[in-house]
Unconditional design. Structure first.
Length: 388
């Protein structure tokens, strides 16, 4: 019997054992745990969509199931030493993040702060396959992207384009946790709060202050950096499961690129009006964005050659030219010298000017028979007090 056949048989036995244990172990949500195992089996075929939809339905109407789902998937990720199981678990997380309730990503953040290693696969090692180094590498970068995506989206939704929203974020989330339990639907109060958050998070970027635009753009570029790192290498390039996982990442990069271009446009429009310190930060961001967009062009080229997504889905990427960077740098140099020249001009203007008429008057002889007018005595304060 071939080693691959033996490995598949062992994997099937492990999956069936995990399902049986989940049913009788007395866990809080055994039905959910069974679904998670069925969606993260050891075979290399993508998970059956019906299991994922059932998990999404359960986590969309109960905070308790959200907590159980995060704990179950985290446990599955930390126990397995098979890149296939781990990748399917990450794909399940990604799917719930896209189609599930926002409370799922909030629970991931909350669980991570409590010390749970949900999306931390930095030390993952595959022990089930002999040539899985490239697959494990893709797995680690994919997990890092999901972790960055969760942090960014939770903060953006909670802060709503304003500064200092993280404290309110944690407070609101703790309040919401009390409103959910197993089998209980999302309350009207929670739905109303979600609607308020959506309204709050819809602040147009053109209405943000320069420092907030810079912060948002840096966050967007950080997410883009995680996406670019997900480009598979070696044997992982030909893996069907890796390509399926990468397709969702690729689609999200399209929207991310549009958001980056919008933020870059806002900074460019305000560049001549911003303070010098903000101009320096904006220029540094432009330099960083230029390098990353060049990498994005190469990434999209490889994805097109591989056949991931249709060519019509890809945005038309515009590079940041050296000419634009030179123009911004030249303006910065002008702005550096401008305060000195203005200061020198101010000093010249402040020098006392001698009046020519005054010089002429000083040269005239004194008037004859001139008697100065008598000095009037200053009013006495005591006299005024007595007259009160």
């Amino acid at each position: 019997m071939a080693p691959s056949t033996i490995r598949k048989a062992i994997g099937a036995v492990k999956d069936q054992t995990s399902i049986s244990l989940a049913k009788v172990a007395g866990n809080i949500a055994p039905d959910l745990e069974v679904l998670v195992v069925k969606a993260t089996t050891h075979d290399e075929d993508p998970a059956d969509d019906k299991y994922i939809r059932e998990i999404i339905n359960l986590t969309s109407y109960s905070r308790g199931y959200v907590t159980a789902a995060v704990a179950t998937i985290s446990k599955r990720l930390n126990k397995t030493h098979d890149w296939i199981v781990a990748l399917k678990a990450l794909m399940l997380v990604h799917r719930i993040l896209v189609d599930g309730h926002p409370s799922f990503e909030e629970e991931i953040v909350y669980a991570t702060r409590r010390g749970m290693r949900v999306l931390n696969l930095s030390d993952f090692r595959d022990e089930a396959h002999s040539n899985a180094w490239d697959h494990a590498g893709f797995l680690r970068f994919y997990a890092m992207y999901l972790d960055e995506k969760v942090e960014f989206e939770v903060y953006e939704r909670k802060s709503g384009g304003t500064e200092g929203g993280r404290l309110d974020q944690e407070r609101d989330y703790r309040e919401e946790r009390k409103e959910f339990d197993y089998g209980n639907d999302v309350s009207d109060q929670s739905l109303e709060r979600e609607q308020k958050r959506e309204t709050k998070s819809s602040t147009p970027i053109r209405e943000m202050r320069p420092e907030r635009v810079l912060g948002r753009l840096n966050d967007l570029l950080r997410v883009l950096d995680r996406i670019l790192a997900c480009r598979p290498a070696g044997a992982a390039k030909s893996s069907r499961l890796v390509i399926v996982a990468l397709y969702q990442v690729l689609k999200e990069s399209f929207r991310l690129y549009v958001a980056i271009c919008e933020a870059l446009g806002v900074l460019l429009d305000r560049f001549t009006e911003m303070e010098y310190a903000d101009c320096v930060k904006a220029f540094d961001v432009y330099v960083n964005a230029a390098k990353m967009i060049d990498e994005l062009v190469g990434f999209y080229g490889w994805c097109k050659d591989t056949g991931i997504a249709r060519s019509s889905e890809y945005p038309e990427v515009q590079r940041i030219t050296d000419k634009l960077l030179s123009s911004l740098e030249g303006f910065l140099k002008e702005k550096t010298n401008r305060p000195k020249s203005m200061e020198e001009k101010g000093q010249v203007d402040c020098e006392p000017k001698q009046d020519m008429n005054y010089e002429v008057m000083k040269a005239l002889p004194p008037l004859e028979n001139y008697t100065p007018p008598p000095r009037h005595p200053k009013p006495s304060l005591r006299l005024h007090i007595l007259n009160l």
